[in-house]
Design a protein. Structure first.
Length: 229
C-alpha cells in the first residue's frame, strides 16, 4: 500500500433515496420509545453524532449502553430495508468506474470514511455492486466516534496495520461531498477532494479548503488525476 483512498458513501458514491433517514428514525424509536423532537442535519454527520444530538434534545444523556442498543437496532433495520434501498436509491454516475479505475492502480487501497455504521456501509455498497474494490475492514465508521476527523485517523491506522505499510498523511485521500469531509481530511493532513453531488456546491467545498473539487465522478480520468495527485 502506497496510497489510501477513503470514500464517503452517501451522495458521493450513492444516492440512498433517504432510506437511511427512515432507518435512523425507526431505530431511534425502538430504543428511545418516541421519535426525536426534530431531526438534525444528516449531511456529513456520523450516526454516533446524530443519535447523541437527538437524544440530548430529548433531555437524555447518551452512554455506551444506549448507543450500543441503538447501533444494534440500526443494523437490523438497515438489513431489513435493503429492498427499499434498491428501489429508491442508485449508484451515482461514474462511481463504479472510478472505483474500478483506482483498483487498477498499483499500490492503491480503497476504503471508506462514512457516517454510517459498518453494517450500513456494507448494505449500501453491495446493493449497487460497489463493494468489490473496497476494503471495509480498514474503514472508519459512524459507530466509532462522533467526530469525523477521528474516523479518518482510525482508517489510516487500521490500513497501515493491516497492510504493514507506513503511508504519509499526504498519501491519504479523502473524497466526499460536504465540508465535514473536507475538514476531516485537513485535520489529518490528508488530500481533500470535494465532489459537488450532494447538498453543497463547488464553491462551498472550495471555501472549506478542498484541494480539488469535482462536479461529479462522471469523468473517470479527472477522478484519477485528483486522487493520484
Amino acid at each position: 500500500m502506497q496510497r489510501l483512498v477513503l470514500w464517503d458513501i452517501d451522495r458521493t458514491l450513492i444516492d440512498g433515496g433517504k432510506v437511511g433517514r427512515d432507518v435512523f428514525l425507526a431505530a431511534y424509536l425502538a430504543v428511545v420509545g418516541s421519535e426525536p423532537p426534530r431531526l438534525p442535519d444528516f449531511g456529513g454527520r456520523t450516526d454516533h453524532w446524530l443519535f447523541t444530538t437527538a437524544l440530548e434534545w430529548h433531555g437524555r444523556e447518551a452512554n455506551a449502553e444506549i448507543r450500543a442498543a441503538f447501533f444494534t437496532h440500526l443494523a437490523e433495520h438497515t438489513r431489513a430495508s435493503r429492498p427499499q434501498l434498491v428501489a429508491r436509491g442508485a449508484a451515482l454516475t461514474g462511481a463504479a468506474q472510478a472505483l474500478a479505475a483506482l483498483a487498477g492502480q498499483t499500490g492503491v487501497v480503497q476504503s471508506v470514511v462514512t457516517g454510517n455504521i459498518r453494517e450500513a456501509a456494507y448494505e449500501k455498497l453491495s446493493a449497487f455492486d460497489l463493494l468489490g474494490p473496497i476494503d471495509l475492514e480498514v474503514g472508519g465508521y459512524g459507530c466509532d466516534d462522533g467526530v469525523r476527523s477521528v474516523l479518518v485517523r482510525l482508517a489510516h491506522e487500521r490500513a497501515q496495520a493491516k497492510y504493514a505499510a507506513t503511508v504519509p498523511a499526504r498519501q491519504v485521500v479523502v473524497i466526499g461531498d460536504t465540508p465535514h469531509d473536507i475538514d476531516a481530511a485537513r485535520a489529518n493532513g490528508a488530500l481533500a477532494i470535494g465532489v459537488a453531488t450532494g447538498s453543497c456546491g463547488a464553491d462551498e467545498l472550495r471555501e472549506a479548503g478542498a484541494d480539488v473539487v469535482l462536479p461529479s465522478l462522471a469523468d473517470t480520468a479527472a477522478v484519477l488525476r485528483a486522487a493520484l495527485g
